[in-house]
Ligand binder design. Sequence first.
Ligand code: ADP
Ligand code: MG
Length: 678
Amino acid sequence: KASVMDGDKFDYDEMADSLEKSRAKSALEALQEERKKLPIYPYRDELLQAVRDHQVLVIVGETGSGKTTQIPQYLHEAGYTKHGMIACTQPRRVAAMSVAARVSQEMGVKLGHEVGYSIRFEDCTSEKTILKYMTDGMLLREFLGEPDLASYSVVMVDEAHERTLSTDILFGLVKDITRFRPDLKLLISSATLDAEKFSDYFDSAPIFKIPGRRYPVEINFTKAPEADYLDAAIVTSLQIHVTQPPGDILVFLTGQEEIETAEEILKHRTRGLGTKIAELIICPIYANLPTELQAKIFEPTPEGARKVVLATNIAETSLTIDGIKYVIDPGFCKMKSYNPRTGMESLLVTPISKASAMQRAGRSGRTGPGKCFRLYTAYNFHNDLDDNTVPEIQRTNLANVVLTLKSLGIHDLLHFDFMDPPPAEALLKALELLFALSALNKLGELTKVGRRMAEFPLDPMLSKMIVASEKFKCSDEIISIAAMLSVGNSIFYRPKDKQVHADNARLNFHTGNVGDHIALLKVYNSWKETNYSTQWCYESYIQVRSMKRARDVRDQLAGLLERVEIELTSNDNDLDAIKKSITSGFFPHSARLQKNGSYRTVKHPQTVHIHPSSGLAQVLPRWVVYHELVLTTKEYMRQVTELKPDWLVEIAPHYYQLKDVEDSSSKKMPRGEGRAKD
Ligand code: ADP
Ligand code: MG
């Protein structure tokens, strides 16, 4: 009897297996059918011919026409992967991951095999990989190891219109290698029509236009300016849901926090709508959204329900979500701005450009007539919005890019072939900072320290902190801190109904007023001691996802330490050594307490405050070093550690002089009895 049972089971497995296979096959066939419906498909052969005929090609086509997912596949089918990989760069991590996932499905292969992606601290590729989606920043880093990009047969700089800093630098570098690698094909693809500029830059490269299918979009403006755009966006979403025919809604918000707030309010208000109203499915999408949840925005909306996608700028051109019929555009995005005089960089909520507003509206008219609700007035649109967004290179700190270019042997930065040059002042500022960090010598040449720093895919101040940890024998602690800082501000979890518990749990790590950097180290080490327990994270109000990411980042930093031949050494009991390493990287970010409890930055005097989330917010040490400034209601320092002013002169004698750090009160009195508060 047993043998019959075995036989049955065997048959059953086989049947299930073949059923699964045929299901996968028909899913694959369905995907192949979908590919043929994309606007780019009728131009496949013409496009391939153009690539054959020209080394550099500019490709223009509306969002959703199939540029990102199809062109690399077409090239692969035409044999371009026989002698190298195809790189396709994306300005955003989420786009690189999500598009790679889609293309691997379309090709019926496992993500990470033939089709993979590479983003900072996450390499999902293998020996087999032929189509590699990657952030523009990662391709930039690949130049360091392979200056002629020999492993690639095609480079597609996608989303070129976004003009991110890395994309702009890539332009100069890839333009240069096409001169001595006639076999390399270069594609520059863009969603907007100002392709002439790209063509001009690439020595009059031909422009290939993919005619889009576009349905009319009805544009609505508000009659009067909205005082609270978030609330207005929520109210408008609900109004559409209750009064308008079927079709999904896309709302453009500025960041994760805002999206989470909107999600919460929407959930709360839809609960009150009763059962007569269709279900409203809320889908957030932003850079740090966990991978499992990213796929949700692409799932088709069930019959009778409506989807509302709450997205950052990522949905403007990087990701295409099918089925959107209504767009809500509050008219803002988060944008970096940089003051080259002070060297201060901040992320600010800023009005978008007219070009962005057009792109956003266009998202509603892809599959049928759409409607766009602009939460600003027509007068605003015509008179207050800039025509185009200023390229990032003209509003950012350039230290990182300058270090990369110097490592590539490009010394004459003023004459680098920029599409739009950065302000000379910003370049000088970057050189000055790198000199202060000892990454460059007086002649502007890369030093040994600079060479080591360039190995780390981090901001120069963080890299310097790591390189300096060799001297203070605490590299083990410092890479944990660097990893925790890289994860961002999503370590601590503070649920609304348990804020007191969460705050107490957090304060535990701050015992002894050790400062935020060391508190982060304590969090990491405590987690490690529990053998990376998830339970421990729950109990301590720590986000386990962020911790896992920090562990990944840390592992990679440990690997890089080995590469630059810095030993992993621990100096656990000497907190001053750790703080000195931090100061070695962040000394330009030092600040001194003022009588009124605010701080004054030492080098370019500016009034700043300790962020309320800091463990030192109540302590107010006389001297501090901070990780970053954020401007909300005030200019806040986030991640703050106390320092001794003599360290500044000891560590950065070329940057600080005694008079900068003279602390009149501490000279006259022992520490701790100063007149800081009188
Ligand atoms: P373009 O680059 O021209 O904007 P894409 O190649 O990104 O166009 O998109 C083509 C199609 O592929 C769109 O219909 C889009 O919805 C679909 N698509 C892209 N990424 C995904 C994904 N991760 N999941 C499901 N569909 C996707
Ligand atoms: Mg695209």
